[in-house]
Design a protein around this ligand. Structure first.
Ligand SMILES: C[S@@+](CC[C@H](N)C(=O)[O-])C[C@H]1O[C@@H](n2cnc3c(N)ncnc32)[C@H](O)[C@@H]1O
Length: 246
């Protein structure tokens, strides 16, 4: 049985002390099936994604930072959802893609180049003091070009720079099989859902990256009534993601 240990937890006041505590907890259990990172600690778990060679190859090829390494479980959930969604009519959509890391891992994992589907990626890619969205370390005027380069070999991937939801009026598919929302912004996510939810095919999968995180609780509070009104309920996953199968 494999373990996957990272030291990346969001929120502890003293990271060294927190790590010592995790180590003390690990010392109390059999050293199998341990996962630490991204605010998850497990032991005695199969961690099946670590045995998925195709997933590990795609993940290892594209992941760049310690923070990205820590979110392997979240990325595996995306890969699972994308793989399931290949059977569903419609295209793939991600609002927002930032560096395009998780979308690129998905493309390799599901061999997107061989699929008769489009993949629509959106982001602002830049940040300045006048913009209201959350800044990220690699936002820059070059990021849009860099992300387009990351997908240069995949003609079905459309990278669009602009603000969600407004940009969706200009470029967006009519039928959606897989929708990944990761905007860290309640009104933008709700706006995206209002425009795109009706286009998600029956059986299509929606992943809400920030749904379970207290720091982004405003998103859950906006999304719960949206889904309840339509007869759906979001499943909060232990990774902090929300899952809806339409
Ligand atoms: C956490 S990152 C996305 C990470 C990406 N999903 C991944 O898996 O690697 C959040 C992104 O949302 C983008 N963003 C926030 N508000 C936006 C909006 N209204 N329209 C477009 N992009 C937005 C930011 O620029 C940022 O790059």
């Amino acid at each position: 049985m494999k373990n996957y240990l990272t030291n990346m937890f969001w929120g502890p006041a003293d990271h060294d002390e927190f790590s010592n505590g995790i180590q003390l907890a690990i010392n109390q259990v059999a050293p199998h099936g341990i996962f630490t990172g991204d605010n998850i600690f497990t032991f005695g778990r199969n961690l099946s994604f670590l045995d998925d060679e195709k997933f590990i190859a795609a993940f290892s090829k594209h992941v760049e930072t310690d923070a990205e390494k820590a979110i392997i479980w979240r990325i595996n959930i995306l890969c699972w959802a994308a793989r399931q969604s290949l059977r569903i009519e419609g295209d793939f959509v991600e609002c927002a893609c930032y560096k395009g890391i998780s979308a690129r891992i998905i493309c390799d994992y599901v061999e997107f180049g061989k699929r008769d589907k489009g993949y629509y990626l959106y982001d602002l890619f830049e940040h300045s003091s006048e913009m209201s969205h959350h800044s990220m370390p690699e936002h820059s005027i070059d990021l849009y070009t860099q992300v387009k380069k990351r997908f240069a070999d995949l003609r079905q991937v459309h990278v669009t720079q602009g603000a969600v939801p407004e940009i969706l009026h200009q470029v967006s598919p009519n039928k959606i099989a897989f929708l990944h929302l990761d905007l860290n912004n309640a009104s933008a996510e709700l706006g995206a859902l209002e425009l795109l939810f009706d286009r998600v095919s029956t059986g299509g999968i929606i992943i809400l990256d920030d749904y379970g995180w207290l720091a982004y609780r405003a998103q859950k509070e906006a999304e719960d009534p949206f889904f309840e009104k339509r007869g759906y309920r979001v499943l909060e996953l232990p990774t902090g993601q929300g899952l809806v199968i339409k």
